[in-house]
Design a protein around this ligand. Structure first.
Ligand SMILES: Cc1cc2nc3c(=O)[nH]c(=O)nc-3n(C[C@H](O)[C@H](O)[C@H](O)COP(=O)(O)OP(=O)(O)OC[C@H]3O[C@@H](n4cnc5c(N)ncnc54)[C@H](O)[C@@H]3O)c2cc1C
Length: 313
């Protein structure tokens, strides 16, 4: 169940990075608990990997145990005339869950069409696209407490879901299952939702890169972090892409095969042979440009894995 020296390069969307000293992909909660106790016995650091859609892994890899839960069960139950509870394992990928829902006349998640990653990663950062967040649908989760191996069913409130944040950032728990409250739909409504899914994916492909990237690399600013206001309003300019656009990085900067996308200034792309170090160097240049011009430093949304020292500004 525990493998040695497993390359992580093909397990993340940047397609960069070194190997995990130990690796486990448990298909049951029992196996996940066994992996956890192996790590405890051997005093290993743990990193929980979902689909690797929001992770930049050090070229030196991860000196510990990487656990990639393959808990992939999906089921649903009707709770009233209008609503359905959908239960999904932490290893279920969002595109697969959307298909399951549409096939079973269930609506809501199609708003996340084209967004990769597992339920574990989605809960970790409260997956969001335009006005929708996972927290709009989440009602419950099941987590394992890392220190004790105890399993808890917890309400959505427990996760303290915010913008790009949740209690899972404390790294004290591993999500094993998620319950979402979604809407029952007629065949006609499902046909509309399938069209919407296609349209969202078409729109995304026209606006964002779809491979060799982790999506947005930096998070938006919190209002208290910036002073600039959106002209004609009393709202703060929180969008990090605005500042990156202003310093002219879009499609204009590269370190080796690591480039800033020509489609979106907040997306770094591995064009082929970039290393994680190339991506880090590029990200630092972007941070420095914004800092020099506006006095604020963009902070990463992408999870940095296995770096001995924090590599960004
Ligand atoms: C092309 C592209 C477009 C994107 N667009 C969007 C978008 O529109 N909106 C958006 O919100 N995100 C977007 N992202 C980012 C990414 O899709 C999400 O962050 C996604 O939820 C990551 O899921 P993952 O399973 O790949 O997580 P990973 O990248 O594997 O991990 C991310 C974090 O979640 C933690 N984690 C994973 N599983 C568990 C678990 N079971 N228990 C506890 N912690 C866990 C990891 O430890 C890590 O800290 C995009 C990414 C790409 C590549």
């Amino acid at each position: 169940m525990i493998q040695n020296n497993v390359s992580l390069k093909n397990k993340n969307w940047f397609q960069t990075g070194g190997s995990a000293r130990f690796f486990s992909a448990p298909t049951t909660v029992e196996n996940l608990l066994n992996a956890l106790s192996y790590a405890q016995k051997n005093k290993l650091n743990i990193f929980v990997l979902g689909g690797g859609a929001n992770a930049l892994i050090s070229d030196n890899g991860f000196d510990g145990l990487v656990i990639q839960p393959q808990l992939t069960k999906i089921s649903h139950e009707h709770i009233d005339d209008q609503h359905v509870l959908v239960h999904a394992g932490a290893g279920v990928h969002m595109p697969k869950l959307i298909s399951y829902c549409l096939d079973n006349n269930i609506l809501g998640l199609e708003e996340f069409s084209g967004t990769p990653g597992t339920m574990g990663g989605a809960a970790y950062n409260n997956m969001h696209y335009f006005q929708f967040s996972l927290s709009d649908f989440m009602v419950q989760g099941t987590v394992i407490e890392r220190a004790t191996g105890k399993t808890f069913d917890v309400p959505a409130k427990w996760f303290n879901l915010g913008y790009d944040s949740s209690k899972l950032h404390e790294k004290k728990h591993i999500l094993t299952n998620l319950t979402l409250k979604l809407k029952k739909a007629t065949d006609l409504e499902v046909a509309h939702a399938r069209g919407r899914r296609k349209e969202i994916i078409r729109h995304r492909l026209a606006r964002y890169p779809s491979a060799g990237t982790c999506g947005s690399f930096f998070r938006n600013f919190h209002p208290h972090e910036v002073s600039l206001e959106v002209p004609g309003t009393n709202k703060k300019m929180i969008y990090v892409a605005y500042y990156l656009d202003k310093v002219g990085v879009k499609g204009a900067l590269n370190v080796g095969d690591a480039v800033v996308s020509y489609q979106h200034s907040n997306m770094l792309v591995n064009k082929g042979n970039a290393t994680s170090n190339d991506l880090i160097e590029l990200a630092r240049i972007m941070q420095k440009k914004v800092k020099d011009e506006f006095g604020i430093t963009p902070k990463q949304e992408c999870e940095l894995v296995g770096f001995k020292e924090f590599p960004l500004l």
